[in-house]
Structure formats: C-alpha cells, structure tokens
Write a protein that binds this ligand. Structure first.
Ligand SMILES: Cc1cc2nc3c(=O)[nH]c(=O)nc-3n(C[C@H](O)[C@H](O)[C@H](O)COP(=O)(O)OP(=O)(O)OC[C@H]3O[C@@H](n4cnc5c(N)ncnc54)[C@H](O)[C@@H]3O)c2cc1C
Length: 528
C-alpha cells in the first residue's frame, strides 16, 4: 500500500473501492479510508512530485466563447490542479441561497440545503487548512450607517494550498489506501444487465492495459474529464448519455468601471478589497514559515441576498484593483497577459518566458505601482466582477473527432453564457453606481466602450455542472448521494455535480461533498 507508480500490473486487480483521480476531490474522499479495513485504490494519471503535468483532456471548440487551453486548465499529478502555479487557494462555502430553487434562475436548486452540508464544510475546512466557517458566512455592510446595499463577503486563503504536498505523508503511510500513479482510466465496462459497472479498463505506466474490479467506483477526474470518461464509456456500451456533459459552467469575470472614492475614509475601506495585497502577504508568510496559525481573509464588494432576491439577480462579487495616477492601463493588461502566457509555457514545456523578459514588460511607473500597491496613494479602483453563471444546457462538453494517445475521443468544450447572466451583471453595476451616488461615498464611471467587454468574458478555471445533481433522472446525471442515475455502484466527486455555481471558488465545496460521499460509502458498506 502507499503511493507507487502503477507498472507491471496483472491483468486484473481487485479492491473494495476504486477512485479515479488524486485531485482535491479524490484525495479528500480517500483520506477517510486511510485507517479503515477496506481496500481502496486511487488511480492517478499523473506522477507524484512537485511539478504537475498538463492534462490530456481535449480542446476548446470554436463554437463557444474563448477559453483557456484545456491542457493547462487542469493538471495531472498527486494533488491534481491544486498543485498548479496560479492556484489561489481561495476558499468559501456556497451561500445558503445558492442551494435554493430561485424562480428567476433557470434550473436552479440543489436536492438539499446548506444545513445538510454544514458538518462536511467543517471537515473540508480542516482538510484545506482554514479557520472557523462563521467568519466566512453571510454578508456585512461595507459602509455601516451610510449604505445598507453596498456589502462585502469574505473568503479565506487556505494554508494547505498544495494539497498533494500536505497529504503525501499520510497517504504514503496508509495500510488500506493504495495510490497508483501514472495509471490512466480509459473507460468503464458495464455489467450485462447494464445496472452496474463490472470493471474499469486502465493503462499502466508503460501503456499496458489492465482491469480493476471493485464494489464501488468513484470518478474524481475533474469537471471536463468526468463527463468525457462517461461519454466514452456510454458510447462504447451504446447507452444514451442523457445530460452528461451539458450545463458546463465557469465563473465569468469582467473588468468594467472605475470607482473614485469621495474621501480618505472611503478610500481606506475600498483599499481593503484589494485581494492581491492579502495574497502576497500570505505567500511571503508561507515562504518565511510564519503562516501556520495566521488567517488570511479577503473581502469583496457584493450586494445583500435580499437585494439579489428582490431585483432577481444572480450571485455576484467584485474585487477592487487600486489605480494610481500616471498608470497606463493598456500596459498593465499586457503585463497580465504575459504572466498568463508564462504560466502556460511553464506547464506545457517547463520553460518560462524568462524572468528577464517578464521584468522588461514595462519597467516603469505602471508596473512599479502595480507591484507596490500603496493603499494611501490609490486614486481610484477598477472593478473586477465575478458572476454566478445561470445554468445553460447548451454550454457543454462533448466528444470531438480528435483522439488521445489510446485512440479514444478527446473532449470538446463549448462555453456559453445565458443572456440572463450578462443582464444580471449590467443591472448589478447600475445598482452599485446608483448606491455610490446616493450615499455620497464616491462615483462609479463606466465608459460606453467598456460594455463591449461583456462579449469577451475571462474564465476562472472552475469547471462545473457537467454531471449535475438532481433527484429526477431526466433533470440530472447524479442523485443527491452523487450516485449516477441507473448505475448502482458508480459515484462522482467534484464540481461536475454542482447544479449551480455560487459566486466563486468551488474547491471547499468539492472537498465537503467528497467527505459526505465517503460517509455514504462507509454507511453502505456497513449495511452489506
Ligand atoms: C489557475 C487556477 C486557479 C484556481 N484557483 C482556485 C481558487 O483559488 N479556489 C478554488 O476553489 N478553486 C480554484 N481553482 C480550481 C481548482 O483547481 C479546482 O476546483 C480543483 O482542483 C478541482 O479538484 P478535482 O479533484 O475535482 O480535480 P483536479 O484537481 O483537476 O484533479 C483531477 C485528477 O484526476 C486525474 N485524472 C484525470 N483524468 C484521469 C484519468 N482518465 N485517469 C486517471 N486519473 C485521471 C488528473 O490527473 C488529476 O490529478 C483554480 C484552478 C486553476 C487552474
């Protein structure tokens, strides 16, 4: 047991439970079995190590909106995408209203409410290394006594943000859990009656095929790979795939509007909503080994739930970026794009643009102020909006004509946004603008050409919704226990089961649902 490269496997191996994927979802689930008598295997297509590899999932379709390359959106290795450079480790539970059916949000509502997830959120907080969840619940007035509409919500930067590094030792020591790295699941095989999975076909580290048989199977391979594996398996078995792959969601983000504070007090409040400053402090504390007990909380600008309900809006938050006199915003955008390119190159071929090239991206005032970010010198603030997307069936993952190295179809992603999502943002910005003006706190200016940005959303690398949860099998892929409808022993872990997305950061909820699924599996086993 422990962690080992999966090589020279016999034709068939057997376990009680087989988990596919050693990312946040798979590892959190498996961590519940470290001291149990059951045998559980986690198969992981990537390696154990600090440098994760790009994914092999598929490509972005030209039919949808522009999106990050899928190869660098998800990473392979022990710890999955949490090992990625760029993974922020931002955590927050979903809000209570995210679970409710809201008549103004199509296909909204989970089969259970926040109350049923609360104890699992607490366990997830321990796994990821965050403090008490009360601090992260609800919304507070941003300007008490001046505006009851402008609110803030809170997030926390988790301490175990490289989850693979954090969990490596307990997994390496485990007697009951075995992690096989460099083993890739190719497809699932159905039993003769079609009601269960009889085995999974995998390729070992040398590309040799073998089968794993177990009582239960859990797909925890990420929000694009989960539906791809199901679609490939359903196609091979000539089964209808229903809603598998439909309703792909990510949190779209846009930079629109400039806030100018009316006075120094207001500026001080707004400067606290600059998440980059807090994130940098956390990284420095982490390098110095000082972050163990400290909490790093971030706040964003949002609206109270009552206002969202009254005005029929989707969930929302904005981060604020300080703007200094003399900064050239086109140069700043170029610098940010260069860093994205740098990240992708590092993942794809281990090379970087080179710190020299990056440093040369405008060694001037714009970059200097962007790095230093002194709150007292901020003249105004740009608004980075993060939105809850309305679930949309047409936004989807399907199988493409392209094949992977095993000859199986790759995924094709067509990301789309409902009109309701974009209208909700327009109306939210209008409300914030009115409220700033009414309360005399400051001024929000939106240049007419800025609305054009609504046509080109930026993504957030959160892959959700493609095996959505619903008790009615015609409206979902998994039931309330994350079991695939119609397949007794197949379960799904990860944000692909989310029916709605909240306003940000899926990983804490992925981990909470994984603990919940672990308890459910233990309960089933204890009865049999
Ligand atoms: C740049 C970036 C920043 C992010 N920032 C945040 C943030 O601040 N907060 C937040 O909540 N979320 C963030 N996310 C999203 C976060 O990374 C994901 O929500 C989380 O990693 C998903 O966990 P998962 O276990 O479902 O999938 P993954 O972490 O992707 O793990 C899936 C694992 O399955 C393996 N696998 C896939 N296919 C197979 C196969 N066929 N056979 C065997 N193994 C397979 C993969 O190799 C991988 O290791 C960010 C993502 C990125 C890319």
């Amino acid at each position: 047991m422990g962690i080992a490269v999966g090589r020279g496997m016999p034709d068939i191996v057997s376990f009680d439970i087989c988990v596919v994927g050693a990312g946040a979802g798979g590892l959190a689930l498996a961590s519940n079995f470290l001291d149990k008598k059951l045998s559980l295997v986690v198969i992981e297509s990537g390696a154990l190590g600090r440098r994760p590899e790009p994914s092999e999932t598929g490509a972005v379709s030209a039919e949808g909106l522009a999106y990050a390359p899928l190869t660098t959106s998800r990473l392979r290795g022990f710890g999955g995408s949490t090992q990625a450079s760029g993974w922020g480790g931002l955590c927050k539970p979903l809000d209570a209203q995210d679970f409710e059916p809201r008549p103004w949000v199509s296909d909204s509502g989970w089969p259970f409410g926040l109350d049923q997830l609360r104890q699992y959120y607490q366990r997830a907080a321990n796994t990821l290394g965050i403090g008490d969840l009360e601090t992260l619940a609800g919304r507070r007035e941003a300007f008490p006594g001046r505006s009851s509409v402008l609110s803030v919500d809170s997030l926390e930067l988790c301490r175990h943000y490289r989850l693979g590094n954090h969990l490596r030792e307990p997994f390496a020591r485990s007697g009951g859990v075995q992690v096989m790295t460099k083993v890739t699941l190719l497809y699932l095989e159905f039993s003769e009656d079609g009601h269960s999975i009889s085995a999974v076909v995998c390729a070992d580290a040398d590309g040799r095929l073998f089968r794993i048989r177990s009582r239960f199977y859990v797909l925890a391979a990420g929000g694009i790979e989960n539906p791809r594996l199901l679609l490939v398996s359903y196609r091979r078995a000539q089964r209808a795939s229903g809603l598998v792959g439909k309703y792909f969601m990510d949190h779209p983000r846009f930079t629109i509007g400039t806030l100018t504070p009316a006075d120094g007090d207001t500026r001080a409040v707004l400067a606290r909503l600059d998440r980059i400053r807090v994130a940098r402090r956390q990284r420095v504390a982490s390098w110095l080994g000082l972050h163990r007990e400290r909490r790093f909380l971030l706040q964003g600008l949002t609206l109270p739930f009552e206002v969202q309900r009254e005005r029929k809006l989707l969930n929302y938050r904005a981060w604020l970026e300080p703007r200094y006199s003399g900064q050239d915003w086109q140069v700043l955008e170029k610098i940010k794009l260069a860093f994205l390119e740098h990240r992708d190159m590092k993942i794809l071929n281990g090379q970087s643009l080179g710190w020299g090239t990056l440093a040369r991206q405008d060694i001037g005032w714009t970059k200097g102020m962007h790095l230093a970010r002194p709150p007292v010198l901020a003249r105004s603030f740009r608004l980075h909006h993060f939105l809850e997307p309305e679930p949309l069936r047409e936004s989807s993952v399907s199988l493409s004509q392209e094949k992977d190295r095993f000859g199986l179809p790759l995924a094709s992603l067509s990301w789309q946004l409902a009109d309701n999502t974009l209208n909700s943002l327009r109306r939210t910005i209008d409300i914030i603008r009115e409220e700033f003006q009414k309360s005399g706190i400051g001024r929000l200016d939106v240049a007419p050409e800025e609305w054009e940005r609504l046509k080109k959303p930026m993504w957030t690398w959160h892959h959700m919704g493609t095996t959505r949860m619903h008790d009615d099998r015609s409206l979902g892929v998994v039931d309330r226990n994350s079991r695939v409808h119609g397949v007794n022993n197949l379960f799904i872990a990860g944000s692909s089961v989310f029916p709605t997305a909240g306003n940000d950061t899926p990983t804490l909820t992925i981990v909470a649902l994984a603990h919940r699924l672990a308890d459910y599996l233990l309960w089933i086993v204890s009865r049999s």
